[in-house]
Write a protein that binds this ligand. Structure first.
Ligand SMILES: Nc1ncnc2c1ncn2[C@@H]1O[C@H](COP(=O)(O)OP(=O)(O)OP(=O)(O)O)[C@@H](O)[C@H]1O
Length: 502
């Protein structure tokens, strides 16, 4: 077996607040291999990646490259040593072209090279990618923006490529294509490490895995010798039942909200919305499936009341119909990162004056309720007083979902509610949405995760190019049927049951 390119040798990381996020973790990344890093929310995956990439320094232990100890005090040190990283939130300059984005990060002589179209093509083709160097990043779909991020990470001849949850924004086909690209990259001798929560993806595409649990290694080895069951048990410490229907099919109650012939003009990066008609009923879960960027954000904004249609209308049954939201961009819209977990959980209620006593904030009541919500949603935090910024991405997501479900709103609109959550947390969020609907709440779930929609929803609308291209319910909710509507806007066969709009 070849020698590892990079190793972590008994690395521990204690954050300034005293929290021990990693404890004596060792890991080796080999050239030519795809290594999956798994673990529940808060297990320490991002901390580990950030140590490899020079964002954090280990408190104890060392980082070795080609067997020699290196010290990365900042990402620039790691980049200079041939480490590239693709972050979950892309760091591209959207109005710039693909070529300009690559040239921006190129160092030394390579800068010149990234100004010549022919050289850029040759560079991309090395990894089997064929993007238009003159395309503006903002006009590319997310899956292609991700390719630009990968190329950016490779521009300076990286020998190590790190990717933080790259598959969460992709459809199943796009995930396959991503791993084809990663395989080509690894075959060139680069060591690839991917953080993911998706066990099936790991078994299908990765060579080796490491599982973190509460900051410690809880298993590692070759994927060829393990089953999904083995991995799940090591990740969450118990078996998790996934794949079965969540809740019985529900009977729709009274109409709560209606969208009539809504239209939004297409804009750069947005297909707009065209003739959207939708009725939402109490006690029903409506799914909206689609490849990202097909009008989901715009539909969310209409339902949230953040935007008015240019034609058509969005009406609520009465003024008493309130809407709670789980937004797409939880960092900017969902959380105040510097406020404590407790205030983030109860933000809307605090703002409405529900936690005032004698005109002052009732901190005891806020803490009490926050602690209950933290326990109920299994939010992993030192304390309710910890700033939201110090929580792992998945635990931040749990705060946003817990707050939306605590609002007792008539309608809850959630955007990718389980993105970035581990299997156990994802199951718990889906169960809680089901319980809310069983209790009479109207739930709308916008997601590109077809399996999750089929398990949870009573009916699923498919959105493509800003239009609703079909609606399926009951037995017609199959991945094939929905997948076909998502990508082509057509039912796979004319005999298939269910409505289709053209
Ligand atoms: N800056 C910080 N200060 C204090 N604690 C932190 C800080 N960053 C992370 N932590 C804590 O360290 C632990 C590990 O966090 P990390 O982000 O590495 O987890 P993760 O495995 O990537 O989780 P997720 O899947 O939710 O993204 C968490 O409990 C988190 O609250």
């Amino acid at each position: 077996m070849p020698a590892p390119v990079i190793e972590l040798d008994h690395v521990s990381k204690r954050y300034p607040n005293g929290f021990m996020a990693l404890e004596k973790v060792s890991l080796s990344l080999f050239p030519g291999e795809i290594h999956a890093l798994l673990g529940e929310n808060g297990a320490g995956k991002s901390t580990l990646m950030n140590i490899l990439y020079g964002v954090h320094e280990p408190t104890e232990g060392g980082v070795l490259m080609h067997g020699r100890q290196v010290i990365h005090r900042r990402p620039a040190d790691a980049i200079a040593n041939g480490i590239g990283m693709v972050h979950q939130h892309f760091r591209l300059v959207a109005p710039f072209t693909v070529a300009e984005n690559l040239a921006l990060v190129a160092r030394g002589e390579r800068q010149k090279m990234f100004r010549r179209q022919s050289d850029i093509h040759a560079f991309m083709q090395r990894y089997g990618m064929d993007l238009d160097p003159a395309a503006k990043v903002k006009d590319l779909p997310l899956a292609l923006q991700q390719r630009v991020e990968i190329l950016k990470a490779l521009v300076n001849d990286s020998r190590v490529l790190l990717l933080d949850e790259p598959s969460t924004i992709l459809t199943p086909d796009e995930i396959g294509a991503l791993y084809d690209t990663l395989r080509r990259i690894s075959e060139k001798g680069t060591a690839v490490a991917v953080v993911t929560h998706n066990v099936d993806e790991v078994l299908a595409h990765a060579d080796r895995y490491t599982i973190l649990r509460r900051g410690k290694t809880n298993g590692s080895g070759l994927t060829a010798s393990c089953t999904p069951h083995d991995l799940v048990e090591k990740i969450v410490g118990r078996a998790v039942a996934t794949g079965t229907r969540i809740g019985a099919r529900r009977q729709a109650g009274k109409e709560q909200m209606r969208v009539t012939a809504a239209y939004l003009r297409p804009a750069s990066g947005s297909p707009g919305l065209h003739d959207i008609n939708l009725q939402l009923y109490a006690g029903e879960i409506t799914g909206v499936a689609g490849v990202e960027g097909n009008g989901q954000t715009e539909l969310f904004e209409l339902l949230a009341g953040q935007r008015q249609p240019e034609r058509g209308a969005v009406t609520r049954h009465s003024d008493r119909v309130t809407v709670a939201l789980v937004p797409q961009d939880r960092h900017h819209e969902g959380l105040s990162l510097d406020l404590p977990v407790s205030h983030n959980l109860l933000y809307a209620k605090i703002m409405r004056g529900e936690y005032l006593r004698w005109g002052l904030l009732n901190h005891a009541a806020i803490s009490r309720r926050a602690r209950e919500m933290i326990a109920q949603s299994d939010i992993r935090t030192d304390s309710h007083a910890t700033p939201a910024r110090a929580l792992s991405g998945g635990n931040q997501q749990k705060i946003v979902v817990a707050r939306a479900l605590d609002a007792a709103a008539a309608v809850v609109v959630v955007y990718q509610p389980t993105r970035g959550l581990d299997m156990a947390a994802a199951e718990s969020v889906l169960m809680r949405l089901a319980q809310a609907a069983d209790g009479g709440t109207t739930v709308v779930i916008i997601s590109s995760n077809i399996d999750e929609l089929i398990r949870l929803c009573d009916r699923i609308l498919v959105i493509n190019g800003g239009r609703i291209t079909g609606e399926v319910a009951g037995e017609s909710m199959t991945p094939e049927r929905i997948g076909a509507l998502m990508t082509t806007g057509r039912n796979p066969s004319p005999q298939a049951a269910g409505a289709e709009y053209v």
